[in-house]
Ligand binder design. Structure first.
Ligand SMILES: [Zn+2]
Length: 219
C-alpha cells in the first residue's frame, strides 16, 4: 500500500504519520534525509546534490525524481508513506510518474482536514513554559498552577511560529500550494478527506478505518 499524507501545518499530520510508521510498519519517505544520505554516500548524484545545496539553490525536480525512484526500488516494505512530499502539483505528477515507471500506483491520498478558523484558534492559543518546557493551550489545555514539575507557576510564552501573523502566512502558502494537489488526487479518485478536528486517538481510528486496518495490527 502506498499513501500520501496531506494536511496543513498544525493538523497533527506528523504525529499521525509517526503512528502509522511505528504501529503499522509504514516506510517513511523523507526527501530531506534521503538527499543528505545521498550526499554522504559520495556518489556522483550525491556530488551533484551537494553542489546545489552548497550554493543555497533548490535541488531540481529531476534529482528529486531520481531519489524517489531509488527509494521505491530499495524499499522492501509493502507499506510506503509520503509525508511532506509532494508539495506542489509538479511534484505530485513526478511521484505518479516515478511510481508508474516501477509498475506501482498510489492507493490513497489522505488529507487531514481542519476548518481554517479552528486551526488558527488552536495554534495562536498555544503556549510553551520556559521552566517545564511543556506545551499548553490557553483554551483547551491550560497549565495547572503551580506547575507539577517545578512547584512554581509556569512561565508561558508564545513561539514566534505560533503567532497569528507567522502561522497565518504559513497556512495561506500551504493552501495555495495544496489546493491543486487535492484536485489532482480527487480527479484520480484517490483523495480521502479525514476530519482531523478531534483527539489524536480518534483521528488515528479514522485513518485506520479509511485504510482498512485494525488497531495495533498489520491486518
Ligand atoms: Zn511549567
Amino acid at each position: 500500500m502506498i499513501i500520501v499524507f496531506l494536511g496543513p501545518p498544525g493538523s497533527g499530520k506528523g504525529t499521525q504519520a509517526g503512528i502509522l510508521a511505528r504501529e503499522h510498519g509504514f516506510r517513511h519517505f523523507d526527501a530531506g534525509s534521503l538527499l543528505r544520505a545521498e550526499v554522504e554516500s559520495g556518489s556522483e548524484l550525491g556530488e551533484e546534490i551537494a553542489s546545489y545545496i552548497n550554493q543555497g539553490r533548490l535541488v531540481p525536480i529531476r534529482i528529486i525524481g531520481e531519489i524517489t525512484k531509488k527509494f521505491l526500488r530499495e524499499t522492501q516494505s509493502d507499506r510506503t508513506m509520503f509525508d511532506g512530499f509532494p508539495r506542489n502539483l509538479e511534484q505530485a505528477a513526478l511521484l505518479s510518474e516515478s511510481l508508474a515507471a516501477l509498475n506501482q500506483d498510489l492507493d490513497h491520498a489522505l488529507y487531514l482536514h481542519i476548518d481554517e478558523d479552528d486551526l488558527l484558534a488552536r495554534i495562536v492559543n498555544r503556549r510553551v513554559c520556559r521552566s517545564c518546557k511543556r506545551i499548553y493551550n490557553l483554551v483547551s489545555n491550560p497549565p495547572q498552577q503551580p506547575c507539577s514539575a517545578t512547584g512554581e507557576d509556569c512561565d508561558l510564552y508564545q513561539r514566534e511560529d505560533d503567532s497569528e501573523e507567522v502561522f497565518g502566512r504559513r497556512l495561506r502558502i500551504y493552501q495555495e500550494e495544496t489546493a491543486p494537489i487535492l484536485r489532482f488526487y480527487e480527479e484520480q479518485g484517490k483523495l480521502r478527506t479525514i476530519d482531523a478536528d478531534a483527539d489524536i486517538p480518534d483521528v488515528s481510528e479514522r485513518i485506520r478505518g479509511v485504510l482498512g486496518m485494525a488497531r495495533n495490527g498489520k491486518a
